[in-house]
Design a protein around this ligand. Sequence first.
Ligand code: HEM
Length: 365
Amino acid sequence: MGTEGELYYWDYLGLDALLASQQPISGGEGEPAHDEMLFIIVHQCFELWFKQILVELDDAVGTMHADTVPEKEMGRVVDRLDRIIAIQRLLTGQLEVLETMTPLDFLDFREQLAPASGFQSVQFRLVENRLGLDPEQRLTIAGASYTDVMSDEHRRMIEETERAPNLRDAIDRWLARTPFLRFGDFDFWAAYREAVDAMLERERAKVSEHPNLDDASRDEQLQAVEESAAQFETLFDAEQYERLRERGHRQLSQDAFCAALLISLYRDEPLFQLPFRLLTAVTDIDEGFAAWRYRHALLAHRMIGGKVGTGGTAGHTYLEAAARKHRVFRDLFDLPTFFVPRSALPELPAEVREQLSFRYESAPA
Ligand code: HEM
């Protein structure tokens, strides 16, 4: 306590509680294993940053989940998401500090940790659910739910967030409301389809007329063009799109996916710039978590080799599988499949361009 009545740094930051919260369990009555303190502190830093990520996510979801999202609030949402991206970079880097512990040093206290594990990180599960990780998509361990390892209170808390608004659903709804997909006489999809057909025709001709291809390679390449044409068809055909969704190959609704495509293709238009930044931010966040998961799987591999985890999973092979499967915005990574070069894009009619400009730009001089 500093001078009576004045705010004191130590108290403000709750350092009594914070700095008394590192309690090694190794060593019994004797000296604890030297590296256990590092192990605890690194995990605690992660949990603090998870807490901050949840604060940012709650705010972003709160805004994006509304029936209308005022343009001026979008910039704030992007700021929140950018902050999460900055934190993620830090998190991945922090694993390096833990890697100064050798596997043998870890073994000095590892056996005492079971059955506790990062698998029980409640906040990590809250982050996943707040982002919109589909419960159906989760890997199961021996048929058990990921919440089975939690206390009753934590299980309830996590399961509630499976049903609460999440970022992916909020972005889906917001994208699906995007205007400009049809504007007066201008039907974007008809124009885009024409551009795609022309591009595929050019590709077929290029392969057919290529002087250096033998018949087998030509057939193979023509087959690839037809596969690409079939992919485009899933975009245009509502039933095919829905079938992909049922099989888990698409997560966004068809309207939302198409709006994301429109925004990405015409991102240079002033009114699409902020929506494009938002899509880029959630793509970065998905990539950031995937990168963290792969990085953590490598850390687990070098620390425990092929041993099972203290939480009872197969260890690093489980973590690698989760890194591949537990993705939230995979659709945005698939979008470029449907890109056509700028030079081949349908030109937007003047009245659409005007609507997509900032007013002071389009006002007559
Ligand atoms: C020596 C260092 C570490 C090792 C050997 C390790 C190992 C593992 C293993 C094997 C799992 C799978 C679950 C299990 O069977 O236990 C796991 C899960 C997990 N660990 Fe670690 N870990 C380490 C450090 C960390 C750190 C620093 C964090 C930061 C919070 C962390 C967070 C997590 C999370 C969130 C999961 C659940 C991942 C998922 O289910 O997708 N781990 N860890």
